[in-house]
Write a protein that binds this ligand. Structure first.
Ligand code: HEM
Length: 443
């Protein structure tokens, strides 16, 4: 009887793996990378983790904008990845009801609580309606305007001024971040009641009281729709939203400052615009208000441009409920996960043209001197459709107040050879911070 030796068995196994691999590949829709047995597409991704956003951008570009990523066998790490604005429009607006955050997202982002960031369907609608009414209230806007101005005047400018006098190297990202204590530390300190946190608790009580009044003023119009406990939940949701919003502002400001100070012509145009509008204003502080910053069109465009190239939230994840077909022709299966690369969309030639990698605020200025409207499914940094960021207007106001105050008073030079690269995190920060030297302008 003929017996099989080791080499034959090995060859048979290899043939089986090869055959399996062929069949496996055939079942896929536009694989983004080589799909290895067992490990799937993980190896090339892991090798490029240090530059993951650039890598995803290049891969999507090569594959025409949409394709499938398959993780290791028997894991749930499978995603349809896209940068196609028509797909985004479809998922975020046209067939919005079919694309949710999903239970897995809630599990991963448990720390966000079950507020607006993780909720779906009726729960989300409920939270959104409540927060929307608060965000659009004039008294809330005015409160935040005063809060931002006070922070810039009493915290940010004195800190920057001190560092300028010391003449040492400063991490600007850290400076922006320190204006906003990390949530966990804040919560921990609150719980154990130590140090500055005692003061913090008192401050929070006052802030809470204000928020309560804000919400109470809305109670009348919402009366009958919500019960008392629900009101308290919304109150907490608002605090979570404000805390989460701060991380994105830190990211937005850090990339904005890096781009502006490394593009002297843009910096000069921003200063010129401030001078034309406010030179006669108020001594040297230049802490503007909400209405005043509306006049700073070029600054607005420079902020849009930096948020396009470095969106503070670089990925958006969705989960399909039912079968669907995307405009790109890709079939979507029930429960399938979809990943939208906001970073890659900001660098797409199809959306922004051949000069998409250049920092050019001018692309946002219309022929009449206004701001070009780009639909949110193309300029996706604040998300698109019914789930568009609720803090978008507030973010522009805050970034404009901070940017005008710092740029007007100080000149910033990035430390030579300081490496600039994005971190691997939910919010797109700079991995090594933004190391700069600061001097008083005009000296
Ligand atoms: C430059 C600053 C900001 C950027 C780029 C930004 C971007 C985004 C993005 C991409 C989302 C969608 C996230 C997701 O679906 O997982 C989002 C949602 C949201 N943002 Fe912002 N955000 C910024 C600042 C803020 C601020 C300051 C606030 C509030 C004070 C805020 C409040 C919200 C809320 C409430 C949502 C949830 C909207 C919903 O699901 O209906 N954001 N933001």
């Amino acid at each position: 009887m003929a017996m099989f030796g080791c080499p034959e068995i090995l060859a048979a196994i290899l043939c089986l793996v090869f055959l399996f691999q062929l069949l496996w590949n055939r079942s896929k829709r536009d694989p983004l990378l080589t799909d290895w047995p067992i490990l799937g597409m993980l190896p090339p991704l892991v090798l490029n983790l240090w530059q993951v956003h650039e890598f995803v951008t290049q891969v999507l570009k090569k594959k025409g904008g949409t394709g499938e990523f398959r993780g290791p066998w028997f894991t749930k790490l499978n995603y349809l990845v896209t940068l196609d604005p028509m797909n985004v429009h479809h998922m975020m607006s046209k067939n919005f009801g079919n694309y949710v955050k999903g239970p897995e997202f809630r599990e991963i982002f448990e720390a966000f609580g079950d507020g607006i960031f993780t909720a779906d369907s009726e729960q989300w609608k409920h939270n959104r309606a409540m927060l929307h009414s608060v965000f659009k209230s004039r008294s809330f806007e005015m409160f935040l305007e005063r809060l931002i101005q006070k922070k810039v005047r009493s915290n940010l400018i004195p800190v920057v001024n001190h560092m300028q006098k010391q003449g040492t190297v400063v991490d600007l990202q850290d400076v922006f971040n320190r204006q906003t204590l990390p949530t966990s530390l804040w919560k921990l300190q609150k719980w154990i009641q130590i140090g500055e946190e005692k003061k913090m608790t008192r401050a929070c009580k006052i802030f809470d009281q204000f928020l309560h009044e804000c919400i109470a003023s809305k109670r009348k119009e919402l009366n009958g729709k919500y019960g008392k406990n629900e009101m308290e939940e919304h109150h907490l949701d608002l605090l979570t939203v404000l805390i989460k919003g701060r991380d994105t502002i830190t990211s937005g400001l850090t990339w904005f400052f890096w781009l502006v100070v490394t593009h002297p012509l843009v910096e000069r145009k921003i200063l010129q615009e401030i001078e034309e509008n406010f030179a006669a204003k108020e001594g040297d502080s230049m802490i503007l208000g909400m209405e005043e910053v509306k006049n700073l069109i070029y600054l607005h465009c420079a902020i849009c441009e930096s948020l396009r190239l470095f969106p503070p939230i670089p990925f958006e994840r969705k989960q399909a409920i039912e079968h669907d077909m995307l405009p790109s022709g890709h079939h979507v299966y029930p429960n399938e996960n979809i990943l939208i690369s906001l970073y890659a969309m900001g660098r797409s030639e199809e959306i922004w043209g051949k000069d998409c990698l250049e920092f050019k605020p001018e692309r946002w200025i219309s022929k009449k001197g206004g701001i070009v409207h780009v639909p949110s499914y193309k300029f996706i940094s604040f998300n698109a459709g019914p789930r568009t960021c609720l803090g978008k207007d507030l973010s522009f106001v805050q970034m404009k107040i901070v940017a005008s105050a710092i740029l007007w008073n100080y000149s910033i030079q990035v430390v030579e050879d300081h490496p600039i690269s994005p971190s691997l995190s939910i919010v797109l920060l700079m991995k090594y911070g933004l190391k700069v030297r600061i001097t008083k302008r005009g000296i």
